[in-house]
Design a protein around this ligand. Structure first.
Ligand SMILES: Nc1ncnc2c1ncn2[C@@H]1O[C@H](COP(=O)(O)OP(=O)(O)OP(=O)(O)O)[C@@H](O)[C@H]1O
Ligand SMILES: O=C(O)c1ccc[n+]([C@@H]2O[C@H](COP(=O)([O-])O)[C@@H](O)[C@H]2O)c1
Length: 224
């Protein structure tokens, strides 16, 4: 079984028979963020998204779903899953014990998020899932397979990312679901709302990107 808890489980949630078959230990009533990514490699921008969502949405867990291959990205630059899992584990560990790193999509044999959210909502009835993503992904969300179904399957929280804020706010997905957006000040309600429902969190921005790391670019102004 290939899963990882970044530390001991938070108190109050004991094991449930059968719950470990996916490597995920999720229970009815839990508020769980689903954070899909290539993590090629993972970095502190990812930790920033997970931590921001945890805090502002009041999540019990964040599952880092390490994608077998983003369907919209070229595969030639994608490192092997084992390397990206290890990288995600290291970044998740910096956030704390509520992080879970999972190869769930590889196990169920899909690259498409709509399949993933359908599978997880079916396997874990009563769990309050929220899909998490950076604002660059909101800008292109209308190109994802079954994106309107994803919006109807679970609430979505978007974390602002430098360079994509304007595009994401004017994105087709934002326009189409505009009336289902809730103010960031009410983000704590999001996991309990019926989908569609989404929010846009303008946290302090984190400029990190995997592309820049792969290119060996300086990570921060002043990093040299
Ligand atoms: N610095 C950041 N701020 C906000 N969201 C981020 C940040 N970095 C990544 N994300 C989000 O994390 C998720 C996974 O991102 P991904 O693994 O593709 O990293 P990336 O840095 O965008 O990679 P690449 O540069 O290869 O496209 C996406 O939803 C993305 O929007
Ligand atoms: O399902 C799709 O059509 C789809 C298209 C593009 C991206 N995604 C998912 O978006 C998440 C973020 O991808 P990435 O490469 O930006 O880290 C990851 O879980 C991908 O599987 C999903």
């Amino acid at each position: 079984m290939s899963f990882f808890h970044a530390g001991p489980a938070p108190k109050g949630f004991g094991p449930r028979p059968g719950a470990l078959r996916d490597g995920l230990d999720l229970h009815p009533g839990m508020k769980v963020g689903l954070f899909g990514g290539s993590f090629n490699p993972a970095h502190d921008g990812h930790a920033h998204v997970a931590e921001t969502a945890m805090r502002r949405l009041g999540l019990d867990r964040v599952v880092w779903l390490v994608s077998p291959q983003n369907p919209l990205k070229s595969s030639h630059e994608t490192a092997p899953l084992s390397e990206r899992m290890a990288s995600a584990r290291a970044a998740a560990a910096t956030v704390g014990p509520a992080m879970i790193v999972s190869d769930f999509e590889t196990r169920i044999g899909t690259r498409w998020t709509v399949d993933t959210v359908r599978a997880l909502t079916a396997r874990y009835p009563g769990v309050k899932f929220v899909w998490l993503m950076g604002s660059d992904n909101l800008a292109s969300f209308h190109r994802w397979r079954g994106w309107t179904d994803i919006m109807r399957l679970m609430p979505v929280a978007v974390v602002a990312r430098p360079g994509s804020q304007l595009d994401s706010r004017t994105a087709p997905a934002a326009a189409r679901f505009a009336r289902f957006r809730i103010p960031a000040a009410q983000a704590g309600l999001l996991p309990s709302l019926q989908a569609p429902a989404w929010t846009y969190l303008t946290a302090p921005l984190n400029p990190r990107s995997s592309t820049a790391i792969r290119r060996g670019e300086a990570m921060n102004p002043g990093d040299g």
